[in-house]
Write a protein that binds this ligand. Structure first.
Ligand code: A3P
Length: 326
């Protein structure tokens, strides 16, 4: 009889073998799984999550396309929903833990075997539980879709997302993979070949859902959050049914949350300067520039034309658009 590990490998192979496959940016392969490009390292976790995760009505899910502001939105959401439990901003968990440790990715929790152990960990988590995910909306577990839990989604101008991804993946790639040039990367990006991509499908999945069920999905853009973080912190709190009271506003709670989660504050915390999170990602690489429009320093005119055309083609008629600062 096969061991649990052997059995799992066999199941994975059976799952993976028929799928279209491409060379990944940072992981060895991307597989076209349920209409999105799933990194080979994530398939098992995604699959287990879909089979076993039971959402609770009080859960908050931070969903995002990678490199769109996940680390930031996780920190904001965690501090908003836990502000009664952690009311001291001098002694806050975010000062000693990275937001990815406090708000774990669902597929990462479900990576590996011993599902019972994972389920009891999830059952015992303090409520409201906050989770992260990069999984596209159609592939979320039914229990997320059917329960009253809420989803806060963030995306970002694809020009900046692309540069953030390219610089990040070249830093974290395994030694056995060669560096991807920016032109090669853009070629793949425009074809949708990037972990959890195509980017447009990902954004449009959550965009359409936020229009159809605005109480279920709140759709945010990195640029808008940056331009008026105060407004959006209040918006997220209202959406998650924990609006700020007048007393909290006048006591500066919103300002404290914004400061605690700011790029400068988080980047300079000792806890974020060394060590790793998740699948061995160095925490310092999660904080690069945190700016809008840095893409201009990387794109040639031909690259601008290519991505602009692709965006026009993929997003036209959807009502979703981005300012590109051109
Ligand atoms: P840049 O590479 O453009 O600097 P994610 O968290 O989804 O991986 O997104 C990473 C991007 O968000 C990076 O963008 C990173 O610098 C930026 N970022 C990280 N923390 C941030 C924060 N607290 N505020 C604003 N941007 C942040």
């Amino acid at each position: 009889m096969a061991s649990t590990e052997g059995l799992q490998a066999y199941e994975e192979e059976k799952l993976l073998l028929p799928l279209p496959k491409e060379k990944g940016w940072a992981s060895r392969h991307l597989y076209l799984f349920q209409h999105f490009w799933c990194p080979s390292t994530h398939i098992e976790g995604v699959n287990n999550f879909q089979k076993h995760f039971q959402a609770k009505d009080s859960d908050a899910i931070v969903a995002s396309f990678p490199k769109s502001g996940t680390t930031w939105l996780k920190a904001l959401t965690f501090s908003i929903v836990n502000r009664k439990r952690f009311s001291s901003f001098d002694n806050h968990p975010l000062l000693t833990s990275n937001s990815h440790e406090l708000v774990p990715f669902l597929d990462f929790i479900f990576h590996g075997d011993n599902i019972q152990h994972k389920l009891s960990y999830l059952c015992n988590m303090t409520e409201p539980r906050v989770f992260g995910t990069h999984i596209p909306f159609p592939s979320l577990s039914n229990s997320i879709k059917e329960s009253n839990c809420k989803i806060v989604y963030i995306c970002r101008n694809p020009f900046d997302t692309f540069v953030s991804s390219w610089t990040f993946f070249n830093k974290i790639k395994s030694d056995s993979l060669s560096e991807v040039t920016i032109e090669e990367a853009l070629e793949k990006y425009c074809k949708g070949i990037i972990g959890f991509g195509p980017t447009w499908e990902h954004m449009l999945g959550y965009w359409k859902e936020s229009i159809a069920t605005p109480n279920k999905v709140l759709f945010l853009k990195y640029e808008e959050l940056k331009e008026d973080v105060n407004f959006y912190v209040k918006r997220v709190a209202e959406f998650l049914d924990c609006p700020f009271t007048e007393g909290e506003e006048s006591d500066g709670v919103i300002e404290n949350i914004i400061k605690l989660c700011s790029f400068e504050k988080m980047k300079n915390l000792e806890v974020n300067k060394s060590g790793t999170v998740g699948r061995n990602v160095e925490k310092k690489y999660l904080f690069r520039k945190g700016e809008i429009g840095d893409w201009i320093n990387y794109f040639s005119p031909a690259m601008i034309e290519k991505l602009s055309k692709t965006m026009e083609e993929k997003l036209s008629g959807s009502g979703l658009s981005f300012k590109t600062c051109l």
